[in-house]
Design a binder for this molecule. Structure first.
Ligand SMILES: [Zn+2]
Ligand SMILES: [Zn+2]
Length: 142
């Protein structure tokens, strides 16, 4: 993501533009899979302290810039929200794909879950769908 793009996104969310926010945003944008706090820490520990990285992730989640992947793992993984999801009310649930070889998780934004018929009197609160298999990257190798 170009620096001008990350700055624009921060401005839209009325967030102050800081170096750490810019860098974390561009790391998320450069990957097409989900990242954990540890992944970010590994890349940024020479530049920013742990608390700053942690706080930035929380700010991004609160401001709908990234979302947490509903994995059953102890480590939380995050991915960038689709730019098309600006209107929160029209935000669509999408499924996630976990690759059993590289263990990376991808957002499948184009696989949209809709018209789900839930039993009468059942109230749906969240939907956690994880598809598992082999990603295009790993599939190309084997
Ligand atoms: Zn893979
Ligand atoms: Zn996702």
């Amino acid at each position: 993501m170009k620096e001008s793009t990350t700055k624009k996104l921060l401005k839209e969310r009325k967030l102050r533009i800081t170096t750490v926010r810019n860098e974390i945003l561009s790391i998320f944008n450069d990957r097409n899979y989900a990242l954990s706090f540890y992944d970010l820490e590994k890349e940024l520990k020479t530049k920013f302290d742990t608390a700053t990285i942690y706080r930035t992730i929380n700010t991004f989640v609160e401001n709908n810039i990234i979302h947490q992947i509903p994995l059953e793992s102890k480590t939380a993984y995050y991915a960038l929200n689709s730019v098309l999801e600006e209107d929160e009310n029209s935000r669509k649930e999408h499924i996630h794909f976990l690759c059993r070889i590289c263990r990376r998780t991808y957002c499948l934004e184009n696989v949209i879950i809709k018209d789900l018929k839930i039993n009468k009197n059942f109230r749906l609160e969240s939907l956690k769908i994880i598809a598992e298999g082999v990603c295009d990257n790993c599939g190309a190798i084997s």
